[in-house]
Structure formats: C-alpha cells, structure tokens
Write a protein that binds this ligand. Structure first.
Ligand SMILES: Cc1cc2nc3c(=O)[nH]c(=O)nc-3n(C[C@H](O)[C@H](O)[C@H](O)COP(=O)(O)OP(=O)(O)OC[C@H]3O[C@@H](n4cnc5c(N)ncnc54)[C@H](O)[C@@H]3O)c2cc1C
Length: 430
C-alpha cells in the first residue's frame, strides 16, 4: 500500500490548487516544494486573473493577499522618442474585479497554507530528484535516494520541469518554447503610486509594452504593475532573437526599459527591493505534452499552459484551473481505485473542454505574428510618424491622412501589400 494517495511536486499556483482540491475531499496528499518559504523561487509580473480560485477558495477576493485590482490597463508601443498607447479605464473593471496584482511569495505561501488547512502535508525546502517507477508506472518520488510512494504523482514544477524531462514526459525547453523574464520590484510608497498613476484606494495600473526601441533586432515586451506600495516592473525577452543577436544581455534590456524616459519618470526615486529572473513558458498548442500517464498527471507550466508572447502574459489562471481539474480527476480515480493511464485520461477530457486548452488551440501560431518585425518595428514606426505628422502644427500646408499614412508606411520599411497580408494574419490570430 502506498504512503500517499497523491504526491504533488511543486507548490506554485498549479500544485497548491490541485492539493487544496484533493485534500479537501479527503485524499491523503503530500505537497513537496523546494523553495523555503513557499514562493521564494517564483516570479510573475504578476496580474492574477483569479476567477478560477473561487472553486477552491470561495472568499478568495477577501482572504488572498491581493495588492490592487486592475482598473487601468495600458497596452503600449515604446519607440526611442515616443509612446503610443491604448489607455483603457472602465467602470466595468471597478464593478467586476477579477484581475489583481500579486506578489508571489505572499500568494504562494497563502495557497500552500490553504492546502495544509485542507489536510495536505506540506513539506518545504525539499527538491524531488526523480520519479520512482515500477513496471512502467509511476509509484512515487525519490529524494536523496529515498523513495516516497503514492498511487499518483502530479508534476507541477513550472516551466523548467527537470523531473518530468528526466522521465521523458516533456521535451527540453528550446528558443521557441521559453523566453527569459527579468523582474524588479521598487518601493515607492502608496501616495506616490496613487499620484503618479492617477489612482485612488486599491485601484491599480497594469501596463504592457512592446519595446520597439531596442536595437539589434532583439524582441522583448515589458510590464509595469502597481502593488500597494511597490511597483513590479520587468521584461520578457524572445530567446531566438536574443541568441541571434549574440551581444545583448537580458539585464541590459531591463536597464534600457527602466531608463526609457516615459518609464523612468514612473519609477523615479523607487528603492529596489527584489531582483529576479525566470523562464517564461511560450510554447504553443503543438508543443503541449500528453498531460497524463500510468500514475501521473502534469499541470500548469509543466503541461504547457502558460500564454505568453510579448503582448499577453497569463499563466497563473491556467495553472490554477489545470491544477483543480487534475485534482478532480484524482478524486474520481481514487473512488474507482484505478490510477492507470486509462483512468487518468479523464483529466485530458476535462482539459479539452476547458479555457486552458481552448485558448491554446484557438490562438495557435499567435507568437509567430506577435514576435515579428511587423509588431516590433513596422507598426510602431508607422503609428509614430503618422501621429506626429497629424498632431504637430508645423506651419506648413496640411496633408490628408492618406498621404501621411503612405509616407509613413514607406519610412516604416513595409509596402501596403505587406501591411494588408501581415495585418490580416495578426487579426486572424488575435
Ligand atoms: C517575468 C514573468 C512574468 C509573468 N507575469 C505573469 C502575469 O502577470 N500573470 C500571469 O498569470 N502569469 C504570469 N507569468 C506566468 C506565471 O508565472 C506562470 O504561468 C505560473 O507561475 C505557472 O504556475 P505553476 O504552478 O505551473 O509553476 P510555478 O509557479 O513555476 O511553480 C512551480 C513550483 O515548483 C517548484 N519546484 C520545481 N521543481 C521542483 C522539484 N523538483 N521539487 C520540489 N519543488 C519543485 C518551484 O520551486 C515552484 O514553486 C509570468 C512569468 C514570468 C517569469
């Protein structure tokens, strides 16, 4: 007989959500986390779209350590001289709050505590070395030569899943499937944040930026999120272009973003409190591994659920929802006393009908257009020169918009056919 019904490897949002779900239904669960405290190894921007938490923590909006709700959302192109932004603020965000800024050490510790309260055994500061196998099925995990047995193991290791990789359950990360994220947290104080970002109470600002000003054909996105009295600021860099460029470092890109005139004024005087770097999962639907097998399931980033492409960055919500679905599948498998691949295939069926998989499927190939010269160079150049020509009074006779656009298009390096073809591709993928 196994020591546990289920062992969960990794107490990020995916692993803890699975553990809460299973332990609250009476399963004997061990949640193992290498970080101590929980969350100390983790990095997110991070805006949590937390609706899924309601299924396991009904009062999550009151009890979870949320910083500010997203009231103002900015999507912006940053060129060397300009910022071209869509600045969206709506009463609807005030009335129906689900996007909140979070700090991971606080959020992850909270979720792991919830798992412990539900009855899971939570062990921190312990790294699982490998899976224990017998007769082609997973029977537990190995730590420093010692085997701990379970009927099922849920791997929730995040975007660099060494245990899953060593067992051949997922492929190795490559330039297409991971990007590199670098993040700073600056302390500014609550009043300064409210003044600079035009906020009141616990309303928050979430800005995402295409860093078009970078030289050397390196593509990167930036983010700036307000917490209660700090701001989280970071970049996500496309690995393929970073490697090709060869002489630009990720921390230089972070510095350049921080020093951009329209960003530096927002964080001026801030005290650097945290500095971290992490893989960001960027693989598409076609990169997703099979999420179950004999005695195991994969959840969160390990199963390929993050959605990141330099403009959109979401993963915690999918981590939570996949963790809950794996938890449900384990509860049903426990009732049947069957943790075979056939029995656990119910997890895949649940996933296939969930937004986690449907979003991946519906947005297949989006990274090809978002990480493209069109988005990172041509569109910002076109917008910048058109807006400048339209909005600046030069004292010379005015030109029609069509003339301005044609001239700007020429200087952006694209012709109108390129623009239509690429624009159509972008619209189809968005
Ligand atoms: C810079 C950056 C910004 C981001 N911004 C956002 C955002 O704004 N919104 C959003 O929704 N998502 C964001 N993401 C993505 C999000 O962080 C991930 O999708 C999410 O954390 C995945 O959750 P997870 O539980 O699958 O994995 P993780 O959060 O990575 O957790 C995995 C856990 O497993 C532990 N672990 C790993 N291996 C072992 C082992 N062998 N033994 C024991 N423990 C182990 C780790 O220590 C970690 O605690 C961002 C990511 C980055 C890097």
């Amino acid at each position: 007989m196994s020591e546990f019904d289920v062992i969960v490897v990794g107490a990020g949002p995916a692993g803890s959500s699975a553990a809460i779900k299973m332990a609250s239904q009476g399963l004997k669960v061990l949640l193992v986390e290498r970080g101590d405290p929980v969350g100390s190894k983790n990095v997110s921007g991070g805006i949590l779209w937390g609706n899924d938490l309601a299924a396991i923590i009904p009062d999550w909006e009151k009890s979870a350590p949320l910083e500010r709700y997203v009231e103002r959302k900015v999507t912006s192109f940053l060129t060397g001289d300009s910022e071209i932004a869509i600045d969206f603020k709506t009463k609807k965000f005030q009335e129906k709050k689900t996007g909140y800024s979070v700090l991971r050490t606080r959020l992850d510790s909270f979720l792991a505590r919830k798992a412990a309260q539900a009855g899971a055994m939570v062990v921190t500061g312990v790294t699982v070395d490998s899976l224990a196998m017998k007769d082609g099925r997973v029977i537990g995990v190995v730590n420093e030569g010692e085997t701990i047995t379970a009927d099922c193991v849920i791997l929730a290791e995040g975007p660099n899943p060494r245990v899953a990789m060593a067992a051949g359950l997922v492929g190795k990360p490559n330039d297409r499937t991971v990007g590199i994220g670098v993040k700073h947290v600056y302390k500014l104080g609550e009043n300064v944040i409210n003044e600079r970002f035009n906020l009141r109470g616990n309303a928050g600002f979430a800005g995402e930026y295409v860093l078009s000003f970078l030289e050397g054909d390196v593509y990167a996105g930036g983010f700036l999120y307000t917490n209660k009295d700090t701001v989280s600021m970071g970049v996500v860099i496309n690995m393929a272009t970073l490697r090709k460029n060869g002489n630009t470092h990720s921390f230089d890109i972070m510095e350049k973003f921080a020093q951009h005139p329209f960003i530096s004024s927002l964080v001026e005087g801030g005290q650097l409190q945290e500095y971290s770097a992490h893989f960001v999962y960027e693989g598409g639907y076609e990169d997703m591994p099979r999420a179950y097998g004999n005695g195991y399931m994969l959840v969160g980033d390990t199963a390929g659920f993050s959605f990141s492409n330099g403009m959109i960055l979401q993963g915690m919500n999918y981590a939570i929802s996949s963790g809950i679905l794996a938890g449900e599948a384990a509860i049903e498998a426990r009732k049947d006393n069957d943790f075979s691949a056939e029995s656990l295939s119910r997890y895949q069926k649940k996933l296939d009908n969930s937004p986690a998989v449907l979003d991946k499927k519906n947005f297949q190939g989006i990274s090809n257009v978002v990480w493209s010269p069109m988005v990172h160079r041509a569109i910002p150049a076109l917008l910048e020169s058109s807006l400048y020509s339209m909005l600046y009074e030069s004292g010379k006779p005015k030109k029609h918009l069509s003339q301005i656009m044609m001239k700007s298009l020429k200087s952006s390096g694209m012709n109108s056919k390129d623009l239509m073809v690429q624009g159509y591709r972008l619209m189809r993928r968005m």
